[in-house]
Design a protein around this ligand. Structure first.
Ligand SMILES: *Cc1c(COP(=O)(O)O)cnc(C)c1O
Length: 237
């Protein structure tokens, strides 16, 4: 099943690239394996997947330890400062940098470990109260501050677009994200060239690709629905 899902997603990526006049190689598919067991990640690995996304620092660290293969782990979820140690040196990229102080703490941890960390700045593109991320207007000043952090490589920007049944509704947000990336690259800020646009999930990755996404993060479309354990009878949607 997982193998077929991966082939299906890859085919749709290919078709979206074609529609947009883009090369297939410009888009990296990240299989979002959060909450899913290592056995399913192995299945995806055997189908050729090498990029995996996790949203919990310890879960990422534990899975990376258990799966001793050349995999790339992407940290895509909210990150608290006391958990940075689990991902710096393990994750190939942190997509979810949502404050200057968090980025500076990641820089410090990377320095301590003698490494450099690739990061993306998360943008709250639809200004949703429920979402983390910078406002679009804050991106330039943030980049100008963080470009001095020697152990960070600011590779680009990421967004989690609003939940919708109709992917077309997110097209304008994806387009805005692409514009932000182009604008920043035109500013000629020291050491800054951003080449990563991480956007698009199961419900809208084809539209995201048409609007310039270079990384899409697909969970449900590869591994199926996620089951969350009920907590205190409150459940989680
Ligand atoms: C869970 C998650 C995804 C994948 O979502 P699906 O709808 O299952 O494809 C992508 N990005 C982030 C940040 C996530 O937390």
């Amino acid at each position: 099943m997982i193998v077929e899902n991966i082939h299906d997603v890859q085919k749709k990526i290919k078709e979206a690239c074609k529609r947009a006049g883009r090369e297939e190689t410009e888009v990296t598919l990240i299989a979002v394996s959060k909450t899913k067991p290592v056995s399913m990640i192995l299945e995806a690995y055997q189908a050729g997947m090498r990029e995996f996304g996790e949203n919990k620092p310890q879960e990422l660290r534990d899975k990376a330890r258990e799966l001793d293969f050349p995999l790339n782990w992407h940290m895509i979820g909210n990150l608290q400062k006391n958990k940075i140690k689990y991902v710096v040196g393990t994750a190939c990229m942190i997509h979810s940098i949502d404050s200057v102080s968090l980025a500076e703490a990641v820089n410090a941890e990377a320095e301590k470990k003698g490494t450099r960390c690739d990061i993306l700045l998360e943008v709250n593109i639809a200004a949703e109260d429920s979402k983390h991320g910078f406002n679009p207007e804050q991106i330039e000043e943030t980049v100008r501050i963080l470009c001095r952090c020697k152990n960070l490589r600011i590779r680009g920007i990421m967004t989690v677009a609003p939940y919708t049944e109709n992917a077309e509704e997110n097209r304008m947000y994806f387009r805005k994200m692409h514009e932000i990336l182009i604008d920043i690259n035109h500013k000629n800020i020291d050491n800054i060239f951003m080449d990563v646009l991480s956007m698009g999930m199961t419900s809208d990755y084809e539209v995201a690709i048409e609007e310039g996404a270079t990384m899409v993060r697909v969970g449900t479309g590869i591994f199926g629905e996620r089951m969350y354990p009920q907590k205190d009878n409150q459940g989680k949607k």
